[in-house]
Structures are given as C-alpha cells and as structure tokens.
Design a binder for this molecule. Structure first.
Ligand code: NAP
Length: 301
C-alpha cells in the first residue's frame, strides 16, 4: 500500500485518452499490464472534433465522439483504469506525473497528448466547427464532393489540403494572407497548375451562415471586401504538438514533435510517444491507433 494516499504507483501510465492513448490502453490491459490512463476532463482527443468519420476501417460512417466513446468503453472493459485528471507536471528523471490532486509514479510511460490545430480566432469559428469549418481535409473533405470549398493558409498543409480537395470539390479557393507561400515550391507549382484552385490573397474577417457555414468574408489585399459563398472552410494555418510538459526532457524535432523510432520509443528509456504528438508522417485516427498498439506491445508483462 502507498504511504501517501495521493501517490499511485503504476506499472504503465498513459497520458492522454485520444485514439492513440486508448488503443495503447486496450492492448496493455489485454496483456495484463493494468494501465492507468490520465484522460483529462474529456477523453477522445481531437477525434471528437470530427462530426463524421468514414475512413476508419470496418465501422462504416460514424462520428468521432461515438468512435472515441467506444474505444473508451473497450479500454475500461479490458481493465484499464481511466482517471479523469489532467497531467500538470511530468518528470521523466523521477518517473512521476503530477495532477492537481495526485502524483503517479510509473515504470513505463506512454505519451499520447496529441496536438492542437491553430484556430483563426474569429467570431463564429467555434459555432461552425463541424458545420462547415474543418481542420482536416483528409478527414472531412469527402463530405463536400461537388461543393464549393475554401482553404485558409499558405504552408504545406494548406496547399496539400487544397490539392486533395480539388479532386473532390467543385471549386477550391485558397485564401492566404500574403502573396508568397511558405509551402515548398513543388506544391506551389502544382497549385498554380490546377485550374480548379483559385488563389486569393487576403484575410478572413467574418463567417456567415445560420446552422451551417455559408459564406466567408475576405478583406482582400491590396484592398476590397469579397464575400465567398462556400459550403466549407478548411483551416490549415499550422498547429502545435502538446509537448510543453516534456520540453527539454526528450528529443523533439524542429517542429516540436516528439522523435520516436518505429517502435514508438523516445530517446528516454521506458518512455514512448504515440499519435499526433510524435513525428509521424500521417495524423489520422487509424495511424494513432496503430501507434498505440505498437507502443503497448513493446511493454512486456
Ligand atoms: P506552417 O508551415 O506553420 O504554415 C502555416 C501557414 O498558415 C502559413 O502560411 C501562415 O502564414 C499561415 N497562418 C498562420 N497563422 C495564420 C492566421 N492566424 N491567419 C491566416 N493565416 C495564418 O504550418 P503547416 O502548413 O501546418 O506545416 C507544419 C509543418 O508540417 C511544416 O514543417 C510543414 O513542412 C510540415 N508539413 C509537411 C507536409 C508534406 O507534405 N511534406 C504536409 C503538411 C505539413 P505566413 O506564411 O504568412 O506566416
């Protein structure tokens, strides 16, 4: 028994309860590791932002909230302990994670803290998220087949998403706040060669619509206002991995993502990273789940 009632010793601690963390929990629990999952206030991660998911194999059409809820109940059924607390401090040297009321001491740690999309920060963005505003063309583009969509941003993500959407949508307007793109030249060339993509230089100043997004107001550069009728706006203006609690304690890549090998091992013994927080080539639910399975499988009872 612990002498301190607020100090919990666990074999495997998983920080984060999105698809990556929950899949790690399922695999670890089935292997008898009795994982403890720090789920924060609301499990599910960014998956819960997707109103419809159709590319997660085998489940047909669903929504991210439902899918994450199923993963959560599977993890619980197999014996994972889900704790609705948020990690506030992580010491990899001491092998401890502190929450507001407790301290967890781990032998092995799986970091599944995800990443956050940067938001435009304009009125209506939250209201229209899932109702025309999306942060992931691969996830949601399929819902806008034959429709008119816009993408905002000028980096690799925005241009990649615009190209992807040009195969699906009727028209794509790529809105960027300046006339030079940050994206790699090859993508810029492809964008310029794609007749379905219209390039617009300007700043989005307002979003219009009732239940769903219907229009985007752009203050065009050098001057003028343009009202675009759109069915969807894909926001691709960058983002950041949730690594602030481990910064300086393990290796991150130049964009701040945790560096792992193919077995999800970080450069710290007994510390793994899975899902969107790591330097992965594809940030999708299915790849996050695969990461979680691989990491948990490295931890032997
Ligand atoms: P990024 O490179 O940081 O680009 C963000 C873009 O959004 C920039 O063009 C920026 O404009 C614009 N932006 C930022 N805040 C904005 C705001 N509030 N309003 C309007 N526009 C705003 O982000 P990313 O495109 O997501 O790429 C992140 C990293 O992943 C990069 O290293 C990228 O190379 C990599 N990536 C690679 C691939 C690939 O296929 N190889 C695909 C996706 C991403 P400014 O340019 O004016 O700052």
């Amino acid at each position: 028994m612990n002498s301190n009632p607020n100090r919990t010793e666990c074999r495997l601690l998983i920080v984060g309860a999105g698809p990556a963390g929950l899949t790690a929990a399922i695999y670890a629990a089935r292997a008898g590791l009795k994982p403890v999952v720090l789920a924060g206030a609301a499990p599910g991660g960014q998956a819960t932002e997707s109103p419809e998911i159709e590319n997660y194999p085998g489940v047909g059409r669903t929504d991210g909230y439902t899918l994450a809820a199923r993963m959560l109940s599977s993890a619980t059924e197999f014996g994972a302990e889900i704790v609705y607390e948020t990690a506030l401090k992580i010491s990899l040297a001491e092998k401890t994670v502190k929450t507001e009321s407790s301290e967890y001491v781990f032998r092995e740690l799986i970091l599944a803290t995800g990443a956050a999309h940067r938001h435009l920060g304009i009125d209506g963005e939250d209201k229209f998220t899932g109702r025309g505003i999306s942060y992931c063309a691969t996830c949601d583009g399929g819902f806008y087949r034959g429709k008119n969509v816009a993408v905002v941003g000028g980096g690799d993500s925005a241009l990649t998403e615009a190209l992807y959407l040009s195969n699906i949508a009727e028209s794509v307007t790529l809105i960027h706040r300046r006339d030079a793109y940050r994206a790699s030249p090859v993508l810029v060339d492809r964008i310029k060669a794609q007749p379905k993509i219209r390039r617009l230089t300007g700043v989005i100043t307002a979003l219009g619509g009732n239940e769903k997004l219907q229009s985007v107001e752009v203050a065009t550069i050098p001057s003028g206002i343009e009202n675009l009728a759109v069915d969807a706006l894909f926001v691709a203006i960058g983002g950041a991995p949730n690594t602030e609690l481990v910064r300086g304690q393990l290796q991150l890549d130049e964009d701040g993502y945790i560096v792992t090998d193919a077995l999800m091992r970080t450069d710290r013994d007994s510390v793994y990273a899975v899902g969107d927080v790591r330097n992965t080539p594809l940030r999708q639910i299915v790849t996050a789940c695969a990461d979680g399975a691989v990491a948990a499988s490295q931890i032997v009872v």
